[in-house]
Design a protein around this ligand. Structure first.
Ligand code: DGL
Length: 262
């Protein structure tokens, strides 16, 4: 299907390594409630953030090909890790479709009034790749960034039970050294917004910044430009799918979607 044959009521494909992208899906539905969505979680292969970039690329390309086979009109990579690894290559490979990625929202954490100290939480892959380094370099004149790799955190969030002591202990391990020393926190992985409350418990009432709203606005802009916004007046549909292939996992996605507040 090329962009001329895409229809306004085709779905927007949204995907992540697992449950993380559900936080972005909720933002999208809030801004574009009349759109139809397919949410695909690659939970069988999560986490992406601790694999090699080549492994991540292969997994992501597989999901993109699947979404294209479902005639989606745009693809949202609701995953910072997958975006860092794959977005440029995917745009070259599939020029017919709008592919919208996510990156840690460093720009939003910078202030014109004072030099902020910004803590950036993300997966090891995101923080090691050149894309992130470039982004940070561009803003280094305006703020101080402390990058904290959080291996294991996305995988733990996949398992749910966000009030459990093991999860809180893991977060304390990553964050306690910075208590009282930073002005705000960038959540550079779409899994992390699910544990905002637990992060606040450790760091206090700091602004926690994610790229959710910026990404959904970008999706709206691109669909507008291509005259592909769905103009139906009824609420759209959401179809959840998972590489786990179990009803239990789909129910897990639906529960998280209902629980998450944007
Ligand atoms: N949710 C993802 C991100 O935004 C990836 C987490 C993972 O699979 O490691 O980076």
């Amino acid at each position: 299907m090329n962009s001329l044959t895409m229809k306004k009521d085709n779905c927007i494909g949204v995907f992540d390594s697992g449950v993380g992208g559900i936080s972005e899906l909720k933002e999208l539905v809030q801004l574009l409630p009349n759109e139809n969505y397919i949410y695909y979680g690659d939970s069988l292969h999560a986490p992406y953030g601790e694999k090699t970039p080549e492994q991540v690329f292969e997994l992501v390309n597989r999901v993109v090909r699947y979404l294209l086979s479902q005639d989606v009109k745009a693809i949202v990579i609701a995953c910072n890790t997958a975006t860092s690894v794959a977005v440029s290559r995917l745009r070259e490979m599939y020029p017919e479709i709008s592919i919208i990625g996510m990156e840690p929202a460093l720009k939003k954490a910078v202030s014109t009034e004072k030099r902020n100290k910004v803590l950036v939480m993300a997966t090891p892959v995101t923080l090691h790749l050149e894309k992130y380094r470039q982004l940070q370099r561009k803003l280094e004149a305006q703020a101080d960034f402390v990058s904290v790799e959080c291996p294991g955190l996305a995988k733990r969030i996949e398992r749910g039970d966000f009030e459990a002591e093991d999860l809180k202990m893991m977060l304390r391990g990553f964050l306690e050294p910075y208590r009282g020393t930073v002005d705000n926190v960038v959540l550079g992985c779409t899994h992390y917004p699910f544990v905002k409350k637990q992060i606040h418990e450790i760091l206090g009432d700091l602004p926690l910044i994610d790229g959710g709203k910026g990404t959904s606005s970008q999706v709206k802009r691109l669909l507008e430009e291509k005259n592909l916004l769905n103009d139906q007046s009824n609420p759209g549909s959401i179809r959840f799918e998972s590489s786990m292939g179990t009803e239990e996992e789909i129910q897990n996605y639906k529960n998280l979607y209902d629980l998450y507040e944007v």
